[in-house]
Design a binder for this molecule. Structure first.
Ligand SMILES: CCCCCCCC/C=C\C=C\CC(=O)SCCNC(=O)CCNC(=O)[C@H](O)C(C)(C)COP(=O)(O)OP(=O)(O)OC[C@H]1O[C@@H](n2cnc3c(N)ncnc32)[C@H](O)[C@@H]1OP(=O)(O)O
Length: 189
């Protein structure tokens, strides 16, 4: 009940989605082995900001990686660590994922991660993609994608891994899988 009430509240989904085109503990870290080598680079601003409301048990995760929240290795690593930290806090029952960038929820996988990189980097990148959707899809929290902008390809994948998706009603925002258009073949999964 508290979760439902929180989601209806101004700090919940309605508030997030009303921003149509301009958005304006001590927990010991237990990070998956896949993520350990990818520590955050503290010289750059965080790509993920989490607000957790203890009174409602709902966390809001704001993706804030300009310009379009593309899913790079760094971004995905930060996102997965944030989800893991929330998952370990048993008082957190719901997670809303949304974008702090205007007009875009997420542009999907970061295209620049897909060429000119070492095999090791490519391996780490694709593992982080897999880790992201496994973590969200397998989460014990109620997960909601508050899609306040376009969300092609990997952005759509991320939204699909959540329990619920609510998208801002704006004809300029699109969502879907466009790999074939791009000439990318989905690998054996
Ligand atoms: C390979 C599949 C394997 C897995 C199988 C599982 C099932 C399938 C699930 C997921 C598959 C995912 C594959 C991908 O995600 S591939 C990435 C595909 N993404 C796109 O095609 C999105 C392309 N971008 C856009 O359509 C637009 O940029 C949009 C997000 C709508 C925003 O438009 P707008 O606001 O007009 O902004 P710009 O187009 O001007 O872009 C601003 C700058 O951002 C750069 N950009 C955009 N997208 C990406 C990206 N994906 N990666 C890296 N960079 C990106 C763009 O180049 C601009 O940069 P600059 O200002 O320097 O020119």
């Amino acid at each position: 009940m508290a979760l439902r009430a929180a989601l209806r509240s101004r700090s919940g989904l309605s508030g997030l989605l009303s921003q149509r085109s301009s958005c304006s503990s001590d927990i010991r870290m237990c990070v998956s082995p896949l993520l350990v080598p990818q520590e955050r680079n503290y010289s750059t601003p965080p790509k993920i900001r989490v607000e957790f409301d203890q009174s409602t048990g709902v966390a809001v995760m704001h993706m804030q990686s300009p310009p379009v929240n593309s899913l790079s290795l760094d971004f995905l690593t930060e996102l997965c660590i944030s989800v893991e930290k929330l998952e370990m806090d048993k008082s957190c029952r719901g997670l809303i994922i949304t974008s702090a960038q205007p007009k875009v929820f997420s542009a999907g996988l970061d295209i620049t991660e897909m060429y000119g990189k070492s095999p090791e980097h490519c391996g780490a990148f694709w593992r982080s993609v897999q880790e992201m959707w496994l973590k969200l899809y397998g989460s014990n929290m109620v997960t909601i994608a508050a899609i306040n902008g376009s969300s092609p390809a990997g952005g759509c994948l991320m939204a699909m891994t959540c329990d619920y998706r609510i998208m801002a009603d704006n004809p300029r925002y699109n969502i879907g899988l466009n790999e074939t258009q791009l000439g990318i073949v989905a690998p054996f999964w």
